[in-house]
Design a protein around this ligand. Structure first.
Ligand code: HEM
Ligand code: HEM
Length: 167
């Protein structure tokens, strides 16, 4: 990746783990917005519990979008470490592709969700809901990759997402 640095800054690490925690929250707490959205599409009124759950999902998702945009600006300025060069090319491409796709999801999911919720677009809701069948396996692949790097290949990849680079 262009703009290589030796490691991630404290801010980049904080943003990574905060966004990761929020993404898990979004995946776990999505049922109420789904019901509230269904009620609205059917012309009904969501019950208060659904309304609160829905707004939590909206707030969590829009926070992810904001943090993701900050993260991209910080990355452009600070750079990011390269995938270890000793890995075979296909493995490096998979790691890179996974990172770009994850960036795509943390920007795209909130936008499509917002189109559904604020624009009342049913197809956007269906697309947004179904996207988890790609997002969840992607996160599993990404986390498994990080653990394999650390415990099997014994690289510093996981450590550098935990400990800020010394400048
Ligand atoms: C990264 C951020 C987000 C993730 C990972 C996420 C995840 C999900 C998931 C997994 C569902 C499906 C729930 C189910 O079918 O049981 C869902 C539903 C929904 N989300 Fe999100 N969401 C995010 C952001 C947002 C935002 C910002 C909004 C609105 C501004 C939003 C609006 C909705 C709506 C309206 C539904 C119901 C769609 C339907 O049932 O057709 N989401 N979300
Ligand atoms: C759940 C949502 C998650 C998202 C959206 C996410 C997203 C990302 C992205 C986009 C990058 C690339 C950073 C960059 O170079 O700019 C990254 C790096 C990284 N992530 Fe995650 N991540 C998530 C969860 C996790 C989990 C659960 C783990 C560990 C078990 C993890 C470990 C790492 C590590 C070690 C790196 C650094 C890779 C490297 O330096 O080559 N991530 N993550």
């Amino acid at each position: 990746m262009a703009n290589d640095s030796k490691g991630y800054s404290g801010l980049q690490i904080a943003l990574h783990w905060l966004i990761a925690a929020l993404v898990v929250f979004q995946l776990v707490f999505a049922e109420q917005i789904e019901q509230a959205f269904d009620d609205r599409i059917d012309g009904g009124m969501p019950v208060p519990a659904e309304e609160i759950g829905a707004w939590l999902h909206v707030a969590g998702g829009l926070t992810i979008l904001l943090l993701a945009l900050i993260r991209i600006v910080v990355r452009a300025r600070h750079g990011a470490p390269a995938v270890p060069r000793e890995h075979p090319a296909p493995l490096r491409w998979i790691a890179l592709a996974t990172h770009y796709l994850l960036y795509g999801f943390i920007i795209g999911m909130p936008l499509v969700g917002a189109a559904a919720w604020f624009g009342g677009i049913e197809a956007a809701g269906a697309f947004h809901s179904a996207a988890r069948f790609i997002l969840v396996p992607l996160i599993v692949l990404h986390a498994a990759g990080a653990l394999v790097e650390h415990f099997v290949l014994r690289t510093n990849v996981l450590r550098r997402m935990l400990v800020p680079e010394k400048r």
